[in-house]
Design a protein around this ligand. Structure first.
Ligand SMILES: *Cc1c(COP(=O)(O)O)cnc(C)c1O
Ligand code: SF4
Length: 427
């Protein structure tokens, strides 16, 4: 059957008034949503709004909560400040200045990303790349620093607001190649954003094809982080260059490297439309592997049945569950955070419901400054209730896969909230 051809139509904060007119929200609530959208980026599109959100279920609909600004995402004084500015129709400069101040208070670059992970080559900082774990280099292509829609909880949100000082991105493919030549320990390049699949196939090819050169024999895999399968599956089906994109995927596979789409799926509703399944099938037919990851977010997917359903469907469609993340310590984190103990319960409850094929997934995982820390469980050790944890990835590879312990704290939401048990933390 012919796919329904839809041209990409974005919605920005300017359309919020109109979009929320479909809800039964009060004028006050709608003003609060606009106030939040003045600080945190909002972007959606026709597909997300018309196909993924069930407007009868708003405000509880998970995709609505995933993509639309929620009044309590900002601390009350910040929200009131923005509401007042909008209500008295303050000038744009004043609104922008206030928004910037609030953003700076939201920890725009958690985990020491910029200071600790920026690689250096012959004395120069290579902005737009991150090299945190020896075997994997992150690359942020300049044209890929937006998304087909924005997630309200996104930890990359500084990439989307207009402040150049908050952005990291590059179009320097030569620097990428030089760095790879100097670092043969890198076996994986992860192209990320934003969403690199907002780029045309031509532009993406400019970044990808040089990596297929024989001199990068030690490079085993190329990964592309994307939410296009959820937010714009037409990217792989009916966009004018959809076929060019798939041919590019085929060339990577033919070059003898593993191509992985690191697909961000947050909720099984994203897999309901036929076009999303068609997109998954077309990607898999190129020989690329689709691996799936998402954070656990309060009000969106903090329910074991939701994860079990999603992992089952993904496995059915040939995708591989990979990571369940804990929401990062940035942006409106208090609004979305799920305590670690609860996250572990949800993970375990979902994990035990799926077959071994879906138990490739690991979580809940905090991507923190020293590395990716997984909560293995809660145990009673020597008469003490503790979290058992381990590093899945670490800046110091010696820490990987070694258990360590923290005192059980039912309200802890992040590594920095934890206190060591049985001696100091190993990091
Ligand atoms: C998660 C992550 C990676 C990739 O880790 P894998 O375990 O190989 O998926 C690489 N670099 C950074 C900075 C990361 O956060
Ligand atoms: S798709 Fe990824 S990068 Fe884009 S808004 Fe969502 S979480 Fe952020």
């Amino acid at each position: 059957m012919e796919a329904k051809v839809t041209r990409y139509r974005a919605y920005t904060a300017h359309q919020l008034e109109k979009l929320t007119a479909r809800t039964h929200f009060s004028a006050e609530d709608r003003l609060a949503m606009r106030a939040v959208a003045a600080v945190l980026p909002f972007r959606s599109n026709e597909y997300v709004v018309d196909e993924l959100i069930d407007w009868m279920a708003v405000p509880d609909d998970p995709i609505f909560r995933l993509t639309f600004p929620q009044p309590d995402m900002l601390a009350e004084p910040d929200l009131n400040r923005m509401v007042d500015l909008l209500r008295r129709e303050a000038n744009a400069g004043e609104v922008r200045a206030a928004a910037n101040e609030i953003r700076l208070g939201l920890s725009p670059h958690p985990g020491g990303q910029v200071e600790l992970n920026t690689p250096r080559l012959e004395g120069d900082n290579l902005t737009g790349m991150q090299h945190k774990y020896p075997e994997t280099l992150l690359f942020f292509p300049r044209q890929g620093q937006t998304c087909h829609a924005y997630c309200t909880y996104c930890f990359r949100w500084p990439q989307f607001v207009g402040e150049p000082s908050m952005k990291m991105a590059t179009d320097d493919v030569d620097a990428l190649c030089s760095y790879l030549s100097a670092h043969p320990e890198i076996t994986s390049v992860l192209i990320t954003g934003g969403d690199p699949l907002v780029m045309s196939a031509d532009v993406l090819a400019r970044y990808v094809e040089p990596l297929l050169d024989k001199r990068f024999e030690s490079l085993e895999s190329i990964r592309i982080g994307t939410k296009a399968l959820s937010y714009w599956p037409y990217r792989f089906v009916s966009d004018p260059d959809a076929d060019d994109l798939l041919r590019l995927f085929e060339r990577v596979v033919a070059s003898g490297k593993h191509l992985a789409l690191m697909a961000h799926f947050s909720h099984p509703n994203e897999l309901a439309p036929q076009v999303a399944r068609d997109a998954l099938r077309r990607v898999r037919e190129t020989g690329a592997v689709v691996r799936c990851q998402a954070p656990l977010i309060r009000g969106v997917n903090d329910d074991a049945a939701v994860w079990a359903d999603m992992w089952r469907r993904l496995t059915r469609f040939g995708a591989v569950p990979y990571y369940m993340f804990v929401e990062r310590d940035t942006g409106p984190k208090d609004y979305f955070a799920v305590p670690l103990a609860r996250a572990y319960e949800i993970f375990r409850d979902a994990y035990r419901q799926v077959s071994g094929l879906a138990r490739t997934v690991r979580g809940p995982i905090m991507s923190a400054t020293p590395g990716k820390v997984m909560v293995d469980g809660i145990a009673n050790v020597a008469d003490q209730e503790v979290f058992v944890l381990h590093f899945v990835q670490a800046r110091n590879p010696d820490l990987v896969n070694r258990p360590f312990f923290a005192k059980l704290d039912p309200s802890a939401v992040w590594l920095s909230d934890l206190e060591p048990a049985f001696g100091a933390f190993p990091f």
